[in-house]
Design a binder for this molecule. Structure first.
Ligand code: TMP
Ligand code: MG
Length: 288
């Protein structure tokens, strides 16, 4: 039906069900569609030329805004907690408090660095941040078809926005829910705003944003993109949901995690650094 679904990186638990969902979504048309996506390692690349690409947090960590001592501390946190994040032998219940601990410690360290708002654009420009190949088509098509793109990210909103702005794709149909920095009157980071968003509370985030989903009530079909099992709940606030198609990027520890991804995502993309499959699906659903 969609040639890109035969790519070697694609696996599906139930291809017939995927086909049914796609057919229903296509029949309903683009005016009933919304796209809900994670950011880090979903819209951005996991690796390029064998090197890992940065997350929003890594963009700051690798920059001149952070002291060497702080970098070492953040790296230590990453070395401690990232293996836990992707450990398929631990339950979400077990991981959740540890993820809160990671985010809290990382944000406390960042706040101590007196980061200036004025420097963020330059830091992003000088970073190795990369959106996945085919991102222009992805963002451009959604914009052209007036399909809302909601980005739920446990990264840093200010950094994320700068990445998509500099890539020229921060179109008016894009809405971001993330951790935003709170700057004092002189433009220096003093805290993070609101409730902390980490990888396992996107569901709460989605439910808090239910008011926002009300505006989108006629958009009962959801294309969800994520790379962690925590991303599966991002559409929980959607009212009157009819169809949802969940696409999961399986970037790391592929063999250990394949089964849990196959059980929960409709389509999994293994070590695929492109937006080819989401783009082909979007073209299909929107009748192009
Ligand atoms: P998300 O992709 O689900 O929005 O999550 C953000 C990613 O940020 C997650 O994979 C872990 C990563 N991260 C860092 O790289 N460094 C940090 O200091 C923290 C707190 C998170
Ligand atoms: Mg992610």
């Amino acid at each position: 039906m969609i040639p890109q679904l035969s790519k070697s990186s694609v696996s599906m638990r139930d291809p017939e069900r995927v086909e049914q969902i796609l057919t229903s979504m296509r029949e309903a048309g683009s005016s009933t569609l919304q796209v809900i996506s994670d950011f880090d390692m979903t819209l951005t690349r996991f690796a390029y030329n064998g090197q890992r690409c940065p997350t929003c947090h890594n963009i700051l960590e690798n920059s001149k805004l952070i002291s060497e001592d702080c970098k070492a501390k953040l790296q230590k946190l990453l070395d401690t907690y990232y293996p836990i994040e992707i450990d398929s032998t631990r339950s979400v219940e077990e991981k959740l408090p540890l993820m809160v601990e990671w985010w809290t410690k990382a944000h406390d360290l960042l706040v101590q660095q007196k980061i200036s708002k004025d420097h963020l654009a330059r830091v992003v420009k000088e970073s190795e941040a990369m959106l996945r190949d085919g991102y222009q088509q992805f963002f451009g098509h959604l914009h052209q078809m007036s399909v809302p793109l909601l980005i739920f990210s446990a990264g840093i909103g200010d950094v994320l926005e700068e990445v998509i702005r500099q890539a020229g794709v921060f179109h008016p149909n894009v809405k971001v829910f993330s951790n935003y920095m709170d700057f004092d009157d002189s433009g220096v980071l003093r805290a993070f705003k609101g409730e902390l968003i980490h990888i396992y509370n996107k569901r709460e985030g989605a439910l808090i944003n239910v008011e926002h989903f009300k505006e989108l009530q006629s958009r009962c079909n959801v294309l969800l993109l994520g790379d962690s099992l925590g991303d599966l709940n991002m559409a929980d606030g959607v009212l009157g949901l009819k169809n949802i198609l969940k696409i999961g990027y399986l970037n790391d520890k592929v063999d250990e995690r394949r089964q849990s991804y196959l059980d929960t995502y409709d389509i999994i993309l293994e070590k695929d650094e492109t937006m080819d499959v989401p783009n082909a699906i979007l073209l299909y659903i929107t009748g192009q």
